[in-house]
Design a protein around this ligand. Structure first.
Ligand code: FAD
Ligand code: FES
Length: 249
């Protein structure tokens, strides 16, 4: 069997669907059997009438009930939002590598909907502080387990993005490892600070995906490994990469 084998397919039942911020929703699906998921792994959702599945990070896993957080963007997320309790949803996964969890003093950073895998990871760590950043107070995810909240406009918590004063926080808190998920510029900045202060960074990357299983090469990024630049697929080799290995363009 090759590494690109098709991962498990499930028909899960919608348990809960609720709005958790002005633009985001939480949906919990009952898989009917216990499912093992590593924080950072994602599921791919078949959205009625659309050819390509849509990927979402796992936000919670309670004994076979898997939750995701999603922001409504286009037809796929509009379809998911339209589902009702008891409807069936077609899922592939969980897929991807997930975070390599270390027993180290950790700083966790989630920006926007990137808080989803970071919140899930926080539950598994004993020594971690979680910074969550949102555009404004209306975008804050209800019930998020963050230790510190930032808003770009200062309408709640500390004013600025999660990276505005990050260098000062790193110097003060002195983490041994940083885990993060969020927009490209946030991840790139964290990777650069990790290199500057010799701190391991593990970053959950996002790329628009097609097959989601490492076949089409549509989600390739460049990484520096074994002394040379190589291709890596975000869907199968990632989505989590060491910040020091990514070629940031
Ligand atoms: C590994 C991975 C994990 C993800 N986890 C989550 C998650 O936990 N929650 C969540 O809400 N989203 C997540 N995403 C993004 C999610 O897959 C897209 O938002 C979704 O596919 C959009 O589908 P759509 O049909 O609604 O929108 P589309 O019709 O596909 O796109 C609508 C608009 O949104 C833009 N868009 C699409 N994808 C993204 C993106 N990733 N970032 C910015 N703009 C985009 C498109 O360019 C287009 O302008 C993840 C993506 C990846 C690759
Ligand atoms: S989406 Fe096809 S290889 Fe990643």
């Amino acid at each position: 069997m090759t590494e690109t084998k098709i991962k498990k397919l499930y028909k899960a039942k919608i348990e809960t669907i609720e709005q958790v911020s002005v633009s985001s929703y939480f949906i919990e699906m009952d898989f009917g059997i216990p499912i093992t998921v590593k924080p950072g792994q994602f599921i791919s959702v078949y959205c009625d009438g659309l050819t390509l599945r849509r990927p979402f990070s796992v936000y919670s896993n309670n004994n076979g009930k898997i939750g995701i957080l999603f922001k409504q963007r286009g037809k796929g997320t509009e379809y998911i939002k339209s589902l009702k309790q008891g409807d069936l949803i077609d899922i592939m996964g969980p897929v991807g590598n997930g975070f390599d969890i270390r027993n180290k003093k950790s700083l966790l950073i989630g920006a926007g909907i990137g808080v989803a895998p970071i919140s899930f990871l926080k539950e598994k760590l004993t020594d971690g502080i979680f910074f969550a950043g949102f555009l404004n107070k209306d975008e804050i995810i209800q019930g998020i387990n963050a230790d510190k909240i930032f808003t770009d406009d200062g309408s709640f918590g500390e004013k600025g993005s999660v990276i505005t004063n990050l260098e000062q926080y790193i110097k003060y808190y002195r983490p041994e490892i940083i885990y993060a998920c969020g927009p490209f510029i946030v991840l790139k900045t964290i990777a650069q600070l990790g290199i500057k202060y010799d701190i391991e960074t593990q970053l959950a990357m996002e790329k628009v995906m097609a097959c989601g299983i490492g076949v089409c090469r549509g989600c390739v990024i460049d990484v520096f490994k074994n002394g040379r630049i190589q291709n890596a697929t975000v869907c199968k080799d990632g989505p989590v990469f060491k910040g020091s290995e990514v070629v940031w363009r």
